[in-house]
Design a protein around this ligand. Structure first.
Ligand code: FBP
Length: 549
């Protein structure tokens, strides 16, 4: 692979680690744990993996001998910067514990395990990918790994390759399934351990034990750089309103973090919209009122940040999507026979009166997206819905009415953007490079300690790396029961933006001032070298959540 000068320089970057992950490690077990709620139900689902103790690693006094062990690794779901470093950390620790150990990567996500597609990850392969973005070392995929026949198909190849442990690097759904797999293999005495790793740029796999999912730091910094550049353009040209949608399938953590980094004029937070039971028109009115106030102050330009998942957090939209999901899952065969041009009318006739009226009122492209193919988990693919365009168009419509009524006298020209895929495979920031490498090393130590059903963890992430504390968290500890596809199921609880949390509180305090300001912040590109305050700082979200500062 041809390499840029920066790529070459990054290949020799040595991720930093706390003392507890360097050299001999002592594995310390805490007290038994409980799930976050629904304890009886979760315990019944996971008789072999429920209630395990928290595990922490301390610096040890002597290097122990470990038998050689073959390990498999899977990257699951959307790309997130740092995934290759999890694998590099896993590989390095496995080799440090026993140089004869071997690592196999299953290709294109969980499907590689089921279909027996893999490659051995030797030192030569690993070295090519150290500190790089993307998941292209082994690829990723969204196949759901949740059926006993898939577990059995996987077992065949695991046995053939004499693999004793599998590391699944994924988000909340993939880790929930990793835990189900751990339980299944434990229940049949397969002798295969399963360890999870917290990945997702969305930042919604976090809780009292897992402080952040990897990839969030880099992705939010890449988007913030782009937003800052747009804001500087805004201040220079003074003629456009930029509507910027940001990835984050459900939670608005990325949008919130980017707002804290760049100080936009308007920032919509889905969780706030839901908490206040807002309609689409309320959101549009809020934007239009800010446009008017800025215009009156001589500023016919500005920025609006919009979270990707917004549409599903508008209570009326949520009711519509729920009905659409149910209808489409029950009538899939019949629906597939309807010509695309006739689908909108067909669906409108099948909906309840309230939902039909809302569906009829939507612009054609949004209406079409809402009935397009679902992802493997049955969700609407929100990244394909042009919410930024919807809001820009609806605001323009409202302002046109207000112009006629004499309430608005300015100009309103819009440009729309969607930042998502631009950041998911970026070269990981120092934070993500270090964090991921430590997670990989922690996963290898958990395997050597014979653990299964655990997620690798690194805590104290807002402190200097010397203070980071690595260990493992039983995955059942993060679970609750939720309704999925019409059934109550145990799942790892997703973390949404908390209305009482420090990051949201900081936004709420500042946004009135930002609305009428031109004092944007321009964060600039991620820095890999130079003063630590520039190159190694964690996100504002992490700092506010962990230290309140
Ligand atoms: P994960 O939760 O699997 O990490 O993926 C998150 C995400 O990046 C979302 O932000 C986005 O909505 C989605 O993936 C897009 O999915 P796809 O890659 O299938 O287009």
């Amino acid at each position: 692979m041809a390499k840029s000068a920066l790529h070459l320089a990054r290949m020799s970057y040595q991720p930093k680690m706390p003392a507890s992950l360097r050299g001999a490690v002592k594995v310390v077990e805490g007290a038994a744990t409980e799930s976050v709620s629904d304890r009886e139900e979760i315990a019944a689902f996971f008789p072999h993996t429920y209630g395990l103790p928290l595990v922490s690693f301390l610096p040890g006094s002597e290097m122990k001998e470990y038998p050689a062990a073959n390990v498999g690794v899977i990257l699951s779901g959307g790309q997130a910067p740092g995934g290759h470093n999890v694998i590099a950390g896993l590989f390095d620790e496995m080799k440090a514990l026993n140089a004869e150990s071997r690592l196999f990567g299953f290709l294109m996500g969980p499907e590689g395990l089921i279909e027996h597609k893999y490659r051995e990850l030797t030192a030569e392969v690993i070295d090519e990918y150290r500190n790089t973005g993307g998941f292209d070392m082994i690829g990723s995929g969204r196949t759901k790994l949740d059926k006993p026949e898939q577990f059995e198909a996987g077992l065949e190849i695991l046995r053939e390759l004499e693999i004793k442990a599998l590391v699944i690097i994924g988000g909340d759904d993939s880790n929930t399934n990793a835990c189900i797999l751990a339980e299944y293999y434990a229940s049949i005495g397969a002798g295969i351990q399963v360890i999870g790793c917290p990945k997702t740029i969305d930042g919604d796999l976090k809780n009292a034990q897992i402080e952040a999912s990897f990839g969030f730091d880099t992705a939010a910094k890449v988007y913030s750089e782009l937003i800052g550049n747009i804001q500087r353009d805004c201040n220079s040209a003074r003629k456009y309103w930029h509507f910027i949608k940001l990835m984050g399938r459900s939670a608005s953590h990325i949008t919130l973090e980017c707002a804290l980094q760049t100080h936009p004029n308007i920032c919509i937070i889905s969780e706030e919209v839901e908490a206040n039971n807002y309609f689409l028109d309320d959101v549009v009115t809020y934007i239009a009122e800010t446009v008017v106030r800025r215009s009156e102050a001589g500023m016919d330009f500005g920025t609006v940040l919009i979270p990707e998942g917004l549409i599903e957090f508008l209570p009326a939209m949520r009711r519509l999507i729920k009905e659409l999901n149910e209808f489409l899952s029950q009538n899939d065969a019949e629906f597939k026979l309807i010509k695309r041009s006739a689908q909108r009318v067909y669906i409108t006739n099948k909906l309840s009166e309230e939902n039909a009226a809302l569906y009829r009122s939507l612009p054609a492209d949004v209406a079409q997206q809402l009935i397009a193919d679902r992802d493997p988990h049955g969700n609407v693919q929100v990244s394909l819905i042009a919410t930024e365009k919807l809001l820009a168009d609806m605001t323009a419509q409202k302002l046109a009415e207000w112009t006629e009524e004499g309430r608005f006298h300015g100009k309103f020209s819009t440009l729309t953007h969607f930042f998502g895929y631009e950041g998911r495979c970026a070269m990981p920031s120092n934070f993500d490079a270090d964090y991921c490498y430590c997670l990989g090393r922690a996963a290898a130590i958990l395997i050597a300690a014979g653990k299964t059903g655990y997620m690798a963890s690194v805590k104290n992430l807002a402190d200097p790396i010397s203070e980071w504390a690595a260990g493992g968290v039983p995955m059942t500890m993060m679970m609750n029961m939720e309704r999925r596809s019409g059934k109550e199921k145990p799942v790892i609880r997703k973390a949404l933006v908390e209305m009482e949390g420090e990051p949201y509180r900081a936004l709420r305090e500042m946004r009135r001032e930002w609305a009428l300001s031109t004092e944007y912040v321009y964060p600039g590109p991620i820095q890999f070298f130079g003063p630590e305050a520039v190159s190694d700082s964690p996100t504002i979200t992490l700092q506010l959540e962990r230290t309140g500062r």
